[in-house]
Ligand binder design. Sequence first.
Ligand SMILES: Cc1ncc(COP(=O)(O)O)c(C=O)c1O
Length: 437
Amino acid sequence: MSQVTTEEAVATTTTEQKYRDYVITSFVKAIQPVVIDRGDGAVVYDTSGRAYLDCFAGISVVNAGHCNPEVVAAAKAQMEKLIHCCSYIYHSQPVADLAEKMAEITPGRLQKTFFANSGAEAIEGALKLARLYTGKKEVISLEMSFHGRTYMTLSVTGNAGRKKRGGPYASGVAFAPAPYTYRSQWDDDERCGQECAKAVEHVIRYHTSGDVAAFLAEPVMGEGGIIVPPKNYFRAVKEILDRHGILFIADEVQSGFGRTGAMFAIEHFGVEPDILVTAKGIADGFPLGGFTARPEIADCFQPGDHLSTFGGNPVSCAAALANIKYMQKHKLPEQSRDKGAYVIGRLQDMQQKLPIIGDVRGLGLMIGVELIEDNEKTPAATKAESVRSICLREGVLVGVGGVYGNVIRLQPPLVITREQFDQALSVVEKALREVSA
Ligand SMILES: Cc1ncc(COP(=O)(O)O)c(C=O)c1O
């Protein structure tokens, strides 16, 4: 490990002090005590040069690895030609090329994309499109969901923890139960899937005025605690939605771009959404979001209905295109599937020895380890925070989430190697033993 020079120590202190003085961070519980200076693949380095194995990827963003050379080269080349022109006033080639690529990689008949700057902005646009297309107004989303931090995206977020001190929220939103087998009244996945799907019809009947434009759901729930719905859930829900003329908006902001072992998580469920929303992993760290719809839905936007000054930024779009090509060339979704199966197996072995592990779940490299205090499944949130701190101390970055704050989230860059993950898992095990002692 490199020596910390005085200059590097000063840079770290100055950055942390400037954060305290000038950056609004009061909404996060704890900003991690590390200044990230640079990244490479699945590793980030602090200002002293200390390496950290990154198992959180900037909240599931840098799927093709930090500073992926092919993504960087594409962005640099575009930056030297044109940074901004407003892609909705003039034509821009990276936007056209990326939109064509999105039509190729998204499921079924999804074809036309609107590009925004973030997940929340993309969800907002998708909801607006669904309302305009159906002529209906209400939305159903899931309890324990998370869809962003703007007013409307918080309104459709099913978690008071994220909404507190911001209400009252928009009306016309109803919530269906999350298909979360581990904490449901049904032990078996199939039954949980069936019952939770049936509950969507109940919500339409009794919690709305019947004027429902869209059902919005994450195919794998990220912030809610890496909740993987039962295999039968979305198919059963889609059948109900079709009967009621309600669109299905899949929020793939966190689960998209190879994260779950398929390009998009909804592919695991054999269902074609009407609108698919993306962000995070789309451009390997460049800010970009989007929603993709079938042409007949997309074309209901009329002039003046929607726009975004920075949306479809040429540099972000060029980076996204290179990112997706890299993913396809190196089969990152398949890598994610295989690596994820290995990691889940290792965690399940750990679960046999460590009673603090209540549940291990995930798809591909979107993995959650739910920590509990006892046989009553009392959430072990403080211990989850301690695990994160111990991992940081030992040079591994992990996330913590879940509606009870007790889920360790492992969502590394998909390029992480088996050796790197073995190293990370031994640190996670050490941390779990330390907090169990
Ligand atoms: C499923 C999901 N939707 C939407 C968002 C909001 O995305 P952004 O933070 O880019 O606005 C997030 C962010 O974590 C997310 O996980």
